[in-house]
Ligand binder design. Structure first.
Ligand SMILES: Nc1ncnc2c1ncn2[C@@H]1O[C@H](COP(=O)(O)OP(=O)(O)OP(=O)(O)O)[C@@H](O)[C@H]1O
Length: 423
């Protein structure tokens, strides 16, 4: 019976394979070339239409890399912006049943055999995903399967005594954001795709990795539920859920930051790293759009983005409504590193990321684009509230009631532990 199913499927596969081969559409290199022409990714030179030229291809883990030469006058950014057009083109089905010979060879003879054959015959294959890079040559990596849809955070991702936080996985790498190197971070994304989860993960990691030197200023304008669990951490210097409270805290931080920077410079150092001071301050704002109308608060945000790096005041700025109001131009210029989950449209993606792409991410919580030097698609680790509770438990202080009340107000001292004379 099993043999019969297998041989029938094999014959069907062979027929399908030879049809696809004949029509030339199984070949991703040909498809890419056609997509470029059809989508107008061409230039005109001496009256001729020119597009990318395939130089070579090679097998990589999970797919194939195609290496192209760009014609003079075509920009790689233009191609990166059209990644979704390429991806859609490569995933267009030419018929209901579509499988290749290689799919049949991957069948495992175990108790899932029937399921595997069924999924082949219903054509439920994983969507192909691509990554584009330009380093003088245009490299298009085509992966036969999508990125892992979820992975759980574990303690192994912690890097003790470091400001480098694990924030995602690509197919081949763990991506870490090193706050001492890249300082600020903008996190954008439509509601429900992992922004708050990532902010909680960052706070937990910082507290566990640098418990003695992390200073948190938490502005939770989404109702206070996400950051509430961090309110009584010994590292929490300020906590508010109100836009008005946020303004007061921000003004106070601005003053502290300026004093700290002056001390560093007066002592003859260029920045906090050079001074050897170990403390760092993280101003974490969840829903920046809620203070976007407040000119004073926004002026302070821009100032921290501009001057905070030298003084060790780092901004982590989350919003689900990226716009020119919620992320002013100057703030954007000073925060080149972004992590963007799926967004409503290309305009929002352009605002948050400086390029399109976030609008066509798959609707998978935790799937995002991390833009640093390179632009990479990542899956962020998932950390449960139970795990957060376990990790931060050693750092919770039970505050006397009076102090508990005052944490909503900015603290003018205590948060700033810059003591150069102690070094
Ligand atoms: N990295 C992840 N991997 C898998 N699932 C995730 C991940 N991050 C978040 N989720 C799931 O998505 C849900 C929504 O996440 P989260 O609350 O972080 O979204 P959000 O973008 O902050 O939304 P909102 O703005 O409405 O709070 C979580 O409850 C969780 O179930």
């Amino acid at each position: 019976m099993i043999f019969e199913i297998f041989t029938t499927t094999l014959m069907g596969g062979l027929a399908g394979y030879s049809f696809i081969k004949k029509s030339g559409i199984s070949n991703d290199a040909d498809k890419i070339q056609r997509i470029f022409k059809n989508a107008g990714m061409t230039i005109r030179e001496d009256g001729q239409v020119k597009t990318i030229r395939l130089q070579r291809k090679r097998k990589i883990e999970g797919g194939t890399e195609y290496i192209y030469q760009l014609p003079l006058g075509m920009s790689s950014q233009e191609i990166i912006d059209k990644q979704h057009v390429l991806e859609d083109g490569l995933n267009i089905k030419d018929k209901i049943f579509q499988f290749q010979l290689s799919d049949l060879f991957q069948i495992k003879f175990d108790k899932t055999l029937i399921k595997q054959i069924k999924s082949l015959s219903t054509g439920k294959k994983s969507k192909k995903e691509i990554e584009i890079e330009f380093d003088g040559m245009l490299k298009i990596k085509v992966f036969n399967k999508g990125l892992q849809e979820r992975y759980d955070w574990s303690e192994d991702y912690l890097k003790r005594d470091s400001w480098s936080v694990s924030i995602g996985k690509t197919r081949s790498n763990i991506i870490r954001h090193d706050f001492d190197e890249h300082k600020h971070l903008i996190i954008a994304g439509a509601t429900g795709y992992g922004k708050s989860a990532l902010l909680k993960l960052i706070v937990t990691s910082l507290v566990c990795q640098q418990p003695e030197h992390t200073n948190l200023h938490l502005v939770d304008l989404k109702g206070g539920s996400a950051f509430q669990r961090f309110k009584n951490l010994k590292q929490t210097r300020n906590f508010t859920r109100e836009p008005e409270g946020a303004k007061e805290i921000l003004k106070d931080i601005q003053q502290q930051m300026e004093e700290a920077y002056k001390e560093i410079v007066d002592a003859g150092y260029e920045d906090i790293k050079e001074s050897g001071i170990k403390d760092r301050h993280f101003i974490i704002i969840d829903e920046a759009a809620d203070i976007a109308d407040d000119a004073v608060a926004m002026e302070v945000v821009t100032d921290i983005a501009r001057k905070g790096r030298g003084a060790g005041y780092y901004l982590i700025y989350g919003t689900q409504y990226p716009s020119s109001q919620s992320i002013p131009q100057q703030t954007k210029r000073n925060i080149p590193v972004r992590l963007c989950f799926v967004l409503d449209d290309a305009t929002a993606s352009n605002t948050a990321l400086g390029q399109t792409g976030a609008e066509s991410l798959p609707m998978i919580p935790g799937r995002g684009i991390y833009k640093n030097v390179k632009t990479q698609i990542v899956q962020t680790p998932f950390i449960s509230n139970k795990e957060i509770k376990k990790q931060i438990a050693p750092f919770i202080t039970i505050r006397p009631r009076e102090e508990e009340d005052s944490i909503e107000k900015p603290k003018t001292s205590g948060g700033n532990t810059f003591k150069l004379e102690e070094m």
